[in-house]
Each structure stands twice: as structure tokens, then as C-alpha cells.
Design a protein around this ligand. Structure first.
Ligand code: HPA
Length: 293
């Protein structure tokens, strides 16, 4: 499974998985979507679906968390060929970080140019409300500070360079497009832009941790996305990411609020339809070769 010590799947392993998928479907996706907790409905919106359970895809990791279906769905969204991960992999499930991010390399090998990621997150910014949608403009990679980066270990230059730039990780043009589309759809009241901080989980943050993360410049906190973004950027795909604020992070010792997974899933359900409209409208405006009309 990990032929080059513990550094992940080889280029050839990824190629074999991508080739297998390409032999099973005629869809040639230009957009790759990763659905967060409770946000898997985006995959259901795809037309002419060809879907694979993760367990049936050679080399593919399996998803275990409640609320994640574990299917790779190919199809078209208003005529645009897409591939969608319905359910993703997390550090807290115990996977090596290379396994969590391996699907990004498969996306690249399938021909994907733009990756769109969604997640559920706790709001640290005191102006944020539950149900807000945050366009991610930057991230804080806390596991990365401790040496847990998906690119650690041997670097195969066929994927990307040894030291990839991350100051342009989140595509500015796509952020602006999301603001424009959000405004056209009447979403401006709950659309935000901010910094996402990833932690390993699965325990939610303490009050002291939330206060610290907020002071460090994070607007929202969660347990996903950043690792995938790093690997997607490493292999040259364009990235756009959204957080659905499903709960307010507890910042105050007098607060009676407690973060819980049911609340996260419930908020996802309520705002999911609007988030899906935002993403699908963005996709219809994407042009081939990374431009947008
Ligand atoms: N913290 C971490 N991850 C989360 C949260 C949170 O408050 N809400 C949804 N995912």
C-alpha cells in the first residue's frame, strides 16, 4: 500500500486508480468537488451519474464517519463534466495524511482543472452567525506546524515541486466570482470571506483554544480541507473552498453552548440547498483552462 516507505501512494499507484476510473466512465471531468459533512447533496445534483462506492475503487481509502456516504460520483452539472467526492477522509479517522489527500492526485490525473471544496466549520469570528457561508481566502495549517503535512517525505516531481507556494492557494478570481454570484442570488447577507484553521480533531476545541485561534487570525475552525488544498495546489489545480458555519465556537466561560456533531449536520441540511446553488452557478461560469467568463 505504501511502497515508498510511509510517504504515500506512488505515481504509478495513482495512475492505475485513475486509469481504472477512466475505463469505467465516459465523463472527462474538468471540475472536482469535495462535499463536507451534511453537504453531499451537491453530488445528487449531477446529471447522468456514474457512481462508485469507495470500497469498489482500486487503492481508494474508505470513509467511516457518520454523515459521509463514501461515493465518487461522475456526471454533469448544467453540461459541465464534474467528479464529486461524496464523503472525504479526515485525520481523526486515523488515516495517514497521504491517504486523506490521495483523491486530489486522482482528480488531477482524471483531467480536473478546478477543485471546489466544502466543509462544516465552527465560527470563531464574533460577527459570524450559524448558517453563514464563508469563502475561504487563506488557512492556518496547525497539523502542518507540528510536521504533519501531506507533502512530507519523498517528493515525486511528476506531481509537483518540492516546495510549493501557498500564498496563492485560494484562487482570488474565483473568490470574487463567488461574491458576485452570491450577490446575484441574494446571498450577500450570509456570505463572508475569512481564514480557515484546520485542527486534527476529533475532540472539539476548548475555550482557551478557540480564543487562541481567534487571536491568531482564524475566522473559522474545522477538521478538513487544508490538507487537500495543499496537495491540489502542489499538482497545479485551481482551488476554491467554502465553509458552512454550523455552530459558533465557544469563546466564553459563561456560555452554556456546547459544540456537537448533530448541530453540525442539522445546519448543513438547512443551508445546503443555497450552498449548492452557489457552487453550481460558479461551475457554470468556469471556462476551460482556468479562465472564467
Ligand atoms: N470545531 C471543529 N470542527 C468543526 C466545528 C467546530 O466547532 N464545527 C464543525 N466542524
Amino acid at each position: 500500500m505504501f511502497p515508498e516507505s510511509n510517504t504515500g501512494y506512488s505515481f504509478e499507484d495513482c495512475q492505475a486508480t485513475a486509469d481504472w476510473l477512466l475505463s469505467q466512465t465516459a465523463v472527462r471531468p474538468l471540475v472536482g468537488i469535495v462535499c463536507g459533512s451534511g453537504l453531499g447533496g451537491l453530488a445528487d445534483a449531477l446529471k447522468d451519474q456514474v457512481a462508485f462506492n469507495y470500497r469498489d475503487i482500486p487503492n481508494f481509502p474508505q470513509s467511516t464517519v457518520h454523515g459521509h456516504a463514501g461515493r465518487l460520483v461522475f456526471g454533469t452539472l448544467k453540461g459541465r463534466p464534474c467528479v464529486c467526492m461524496q464523503g472525504r477522509f479526515h485525520l481523526y479517522e486515523g488515516y495517514p495524511i497521504q491517504k486523506i489527500t490521495m483523491p486530489m492526485r486522482i482528480f488531477k490525473m482524471l483531467g480536473v482543472e478546478t477543485v471546489i471544496l466544502t466543509n462544516a466549520a465552527g465560527g470563531l469570528n464574533q460577527d459570524y452567525k450559524v448558517g453563514d457561508i464563508m469563502i475561504i481566502k487563506d488557512h492556518l495549517n496547525m497539523p502542518g506546524f507540528a510536521g504533519n503535512n501531506p507533502l512530507a517525505g519523498h517528493n515525486d516531481e511528476r506531481f509537483g515541486v518540492r516546495f510549493p507556494c501557498m500564498s496563492d492557494a485560494y484562487d482570488r478570481e474565483l473568490q470574487q466570482m463567488a461574491l458576485d454570484v452570491g450577490s446575484e442570488l441574494g446571498f450577500s447577507d450570509f456570505l463572508r470571506e475569512g481564514v480557515y484553521c484546520v485542527l486534527g480533531g476529533p475532540s472539539f476545541e476548548t475555550i482557551a483554544e478557540c480564543r487562541m485561534l481567534h487571536k491568531l487570525g482564524a475566522d473559522a475552525v474545522g477538521m478538513s480541507t487544508v490538507h487537500e488544498v495543499i496537495v491540489a495546489r502542489h499538482c497545479g489545480m485551481r482551488v476554491f473552498a467554502l465553509s458552512l458555519i454550523t455552530n459558533k465556537a465557544v469563546m466564553d466561560y459563561d456560555s452554556e453552548e456546547k459544540a456537537n456533531h448533530e448541530e453540525v449536520l442539522q445546519t448543513g441540511k438547512q443551508r445546503a440547498e443555497q450552498l449548492e446553488r452557489l457552487v453550481s452557478t460558479i461551475i457554470t461560469r468556469l471556462e476551460h483552462n482556468n479562465n472564467y467568463a
